[in-house]
Design a binder for this molecule. Structure first.
Ligand SMILES: [Mg+2]
Length: 231
């Protein structure tokens, strides 16, 4: 079995429980900004609209169709528009509340710490995330993840984002590692799996929702703990 000297983890939806942390933040924001008064029936409704808008906005951002500032605000404008609300000041308040509070949340996906404890004994671990640099730092500090990683790469550092080749090349260079010695683990087919594949880096597709035949990857897992089967 091949051994890897360097393992690169994605953060959101791979280690950091984006959905749970995000839903908690949206529920607090719903109360705090009194969003029932503008006609949004429940925090759950708002979260569902936000989740859909956020997924769309990140996808646009990955494809370089929108920039960081548009990503920050558009997802809230779109979520509000589901309820016929067109209020840029409110969207701005939501964005500020969300970006301040969400990175303080501490929920990780099941088995995150256990698998990092296991892997850190055997290999060097790194983080490669398309998140904003300052937000990524807060997330890994607040959850105790920081100490596991020898390097952290975000678009703010590299000037590029996953799935762009330059992002992976930058991370490899920072880790002083060649593509053949590296393994990328992430939940995003385009950004993590295909991005790494195009750079000659082996990939693990983390597929907790058990989607079928999504992508050909070197390995595929449904739970982080399954990394032990081949690492
Ligand atoms: Mg991810």
């Amino acid at each position: 079995m091949k051994s890897y000297q360097h393992i690169f983890f994605d953060l959101d939806h791979t280690l950091w429980d984006f959905e749970r942390n995000s839903e908690e933040t949206i529920a607090e924001l719903y109360q705090f900004l009194k969003m029932d008064a503008v006609g949004i029936p429940s925090a759950r409704n708002l979260y569902e609209s936000f989740e859909k808008a956020n997924r769309w906005a990140w996808n646009q951002y990955h494809l370089d169709l929108i920039d960081k500032e548009s990503l920050r605000i558009n997802r809230f404008q779109i979520a509000l528009s589901d309820y016929g609300v067109h209020d840029n000041d409110l969207a701005e308040n939501m964005a500020q509340h969300y970006l301040y509070n969400c990175p303080q949340k501490k929920h990780l996906l099941p088995g995150s710490i256990e698998i990092l404890e296991y892997l850190v004994q055997k290999t060097k671990l790194h983080l490669i995330s398309n998140g904003f640099a300052e937000i990524t730092q807060q997330k890994i500090e607040n959850t105790g993840l920081k100490g596991y990683f020898k390097s952290v790469t975000t678009p703010s550092h590299s000037g590029h984002k996953k799935p762009q080749k330059e992002m992976f090349m930058y991370a490899l260079q920072k880790a002083n590692c060649s593509a053949k010695d590296a393994l990328m683990i992430g939940d995003d087919v385009e950004a993590d799996v295909l991005g790494a594949q195009r750079c000659g880096i082996d990939q693990v597709f983390f597929n907790p929702s058990k989607q079928i035949n999504v992508v050909e990857s070197t390995y595929e897992i449904e739970e982080l703990n399954q990394l032990r089967h081949f690492l």
